[in-house]
Design a protein. Structure first.
Length: 255
């Protein structure tokens, strides 16, 4: 199955082989949040301010959780919990089965960044320009790292390092345990793209129109690929190929 949201306010479930529609679910707002699928459930946010939990096979609603603003952040599921941000400045941690809120953490700005979880820690960015590291069980802050602009990029974690982009035009590599900066790489545009890690490389787009391939350990640029639009799309890597979209209207596949 393929699950995808639309500006018409619906989440669609399609047969991955044929594209045949299996079911659709209507919310009361546009669906910019990307769905997360786990344990036979689909979790998705809507601009109606809610996070929905649906049966992945039938589309039947299991529960909904109300926030005080749009939910553009994509939910992350780990350890029986769902973590999701909202434009009300909060990150919420919910019981994946019941939707009961376990804790929430307030940032200093909108949370459009999608959280990532590793080794019992939740990492999430905020419009206040910070990346936060929180205890996944309690929501207690472990550290935060300040950039010079909004953080709408979603973090990626590998080998004890967190990679995050910022509207200040940089991709940062931080020690996952302490938040200490290991390196940063400067582009000529905002970095809203979420980085992808494959092997020893990290890939990220910039609104300067380029996809960058960097050495994950040092931040040294290995190559870049130029498009005719901004690259806010987050790259996906499979089979030695990087796939990403550009505002020039093209989907690219680059070796």
């Amino acid at each position: 199955m393929v699950y995808v949201g639309s500006e018409d306010g619906r989440l669609y479930a399609l047969d991955a082989r044929t594209g045949q529609e299996k079911w659709r679910f209507k919310t009361d707002g546009q669906v910019f949040s990307s769905p997360a699928v786990a344990g036979g459930m689909v979790y998705v946010g809507s601009d109606d301010g809610r996070l929905y939990a649906l049966d992945a096979r039938t589309g039947q609603e299991k529960w909904r959780f109300k926030t005080d603003d749009d939910v553009d952040s994509s939910p992350a599921v780990a350890g029986g919990m769902v973590y999701v941000g909202s434009l009300d400045n909060w990150l919420s941690a919910l019981d994946a089965r019941t939707g009961q809120e376990k804790w929430r953490f307030k940032t200093g700005g909108l949370v459009a960044s999608s959280p990532a979880i590793a080794d019992g820690v939740v990492y999430v960015g905020s419009d206040d320009g910070r990346l936060y590291a929180l205890d996944a069980r309690t929501g207690q802050e472990k550290w935060s790292f300040k950039t010079d602009d909004k953080v709408v990029s979603s973090p990626a974690i590998a080998d004890g390092v967190v990679y995050i982009g910022s509207w200040d035009g940089r991709l940062y590599a931080l020690d996952a345990r302490t938040g200490e900066e290991k390196w940063s790489f400067k582009t000529d545009g905002k970095v809203a793209s979420s980085p992808a890690i494959a092997g020893s490389m990290v890939y990220v787009g910039s609104e300067d129109g380029r996809l960058y391939a960097l050495d994950a350990r040092t931040g040294q640029e290995k190559w870049s690929f130029k498009t005719d639009g901004g690259v806010a799309s987050s790259p996906a890597v499979a089979g030695g190929v990087v796939y990403f979209g550009s505002t020039d209207g093209y989907l690219y596949a680059v070796r």
